[in-house]
Ligand binder design. Structure first.
Ligand code: FPP
Length: 248
C-alpha cells in the first residue's frame, strides 16, 4: 500500500532512470529499513538480515563515491533500538565494529572519511577506541564523508545541542548557535532522504537537518536495495521543485 505517498510503486518506475550527473545531490541520507523482514521471509535469523544490510551499505557507499555524492548518512542504530533483544543489539554492534576495523585498515585506499553521529557515552573498550581512531584519520579532502548514526535520536541531538549552546553563551540562542553543536556541525543538510521497506516515517532521523530535504520512499527492503534504485531516487529528486519556502 502506498497510502498518501505520491511516488509510484518501485516496479512501475522506469528501469533506466534519467539522471543528470551534473546535479547529483551533495548529501544523501538513508534509513536502512527492512533487514529483519528480509531475513525472516527467507527463514533466516534477523541478524543475517543485518549482515546483508551492512554489506549493502558498503556497496552503496562505493556507488555514492563513484557518482560524486559528497556526504552519505545512514541510520544504523537509534536511541530506541536498545529495546530489541540483546542478541540482536549485540549482532548490530558486532557488524558495526567489523566495519570500523576494516575501515581502519583501508580508509586511505577507500577514500572515505567516517563520522559517527550519536551519543557515544555508552561505548567503551575496543569499540570506543575504534570509533575515536577512525574518526581522527585524515583521508584526502575529496573523500566521501560517511556519517554512521549510532545510538542516534533526533530529539536527543537537539536537546544535547541546545544545552551545549546554552552552556557556551546563554540565552537567547540563534539557529547558528544550535547548529554549531549538532553532530553534523559544518556539514550540508541532506538534500535527499531515502527510507526503504515501504515505511513512510522519519523515526527521529536528522530532525533539524531534514527541514528542506526531499523525501523518497522505496518499496525495496534494504538488503535488496540497488544502485539502480538509488538512481531512481536521484531522478525523482531532480524532478522536484525545491523552493526552500520561497517562490521559483
Ligand atoms: C532496520 O531494519 C535496521 C537496523 C535497525 C540496523 C541497521 C544496521 C546495520 C545495517 C549494521 C550496521 C553496520 C554498518 C556498517 C552501517 P529492521 O531490523 O528494523 O527491519 P524490519 O523493519 O524488517 O524488522
Amino acid at each position: 500500500m502506498l497510502g498518501k505517498n505520491k511516488e509510484k510503486p518501485t516496479e512501475e518506475r522506469p528501469v533506466a532512470p534519467q539522471v543528470d550527473m551534473s546535479r547529483i545531490p551533495a548529501h544523501i541520507a538513508i534509513i536502512m529499513d527492512g533487514n529483519g523482514r528480509w531475513a525472516t521471509s527467507r527463514g533466516l535469523p534477523r541478524t543475517m538480515g543485518h549482515r546483508e544490510g551492512a554489506q549493502k551499505f558498503r556497496e552503496i557507499a562505493s556507488f555514492c563515491q563513484e557518482i560524486g555524492v559528497k556526504v552519505l548518512t545512514v541510520y544504523a542504530f537509534s536511541t530506541e533500538n536498545w529495546k530489541r533483544p540483546a542478541e540482536e543489539v549485540s549482532a548490530i554492534f558486532q557488524l558495526f565494529q567489523e566495519y570500523l576495523r576494516e575501515a581502519k585498515e583501508e580508509l586511505q585506499t577507500r577514500n572515505i572519511r567516517i563520522r559517527v553521529l550519536g551519543d557515544l557515552t555508552p561505548f567503551k573498550g575496543e569499540l570506543r577506541s575504534l570509533i575515536d581512531e577512525v574518526q581522527s584519520m585524515n583521508p584526502s579532502p575529496n573523500a566521501l564523508v560517511a556519517n554512521i548514526a549510532v545510538n542516534y535520536g533526533g530529539r536527543d541531538e537537539l536537546v544535547t545541542a541546545a544545552n551545549a549552546a546554552f552552556a557556551e553563551k546563554g540565552a537567547p540562542l540563534t539557529q547558528e548557535d544550535v547548529e554549531r553543536h549538532l553532530y553534523t556541525a559544518g556539514q550540508p543538510d541532506p538534500d535527499l532522504i531515502i527510507r526503504t521497506s515501504g515505511e513512510f516515517r522519519i523515526s527521529g532521523f536528522l530532525l533539524w537537518q531534514c527541514a528542506y530535504s526531499e523525501l523518497y520512499f522505496s518499496e525495496l527492503l534494504w538488503p535488496d536495495f540497488t544502485p539502480e534504485e538509488l538512481l531512481r531516487a536521484i531522478a525523482s529528486y531532480q524532478g522536484r521543485n525545491r523552493r526552500f519556502g520561497g517562490i521559483k
